[in-house]
Design a protein. Structure first.
Length: 85
């Protein structure tokens, strides 16, 4: 497999945190893609720590319903053969 990280490819680095709790702040979640089939076009920025802690010291909060930060990407499906019709 030729896997790539969406955030590293698009943003040039992994997020500082995808999980933000009182006891752990770090990366647990990744978006992997197959470099031979997909091309990441964009990804949603991860909110700054000041934004994450605006409604409490950690996640979840009234603004963020999970302790994991949502990862989003737009992808392009690369060429390949079409099935016969």
């Amino acid at each position: 497999f030729q896997l790539g990280s969406v955030y590293h490819t698009v943003m040039g680095e992994e997020p500082k945190a995808t999980n933000y709790t009182e006891l752990f702040k770090g990366v647990l979640d990744y978006m992997w893609y197959s470099a031979s089939n997909l091309r990441p076009l964009s990804c949603a920025p991860i909110p700054d720590e000041s934004v994450l802690t605006k409604h409490g010291d950690a996640l979840p909060s009234t603004q963020y319903s999970s302790d994991h930060i949502m990862l989003i990407s737009d992808m392009q499906i690369m060429g390949g053969s079409r099935p016969p019709s």
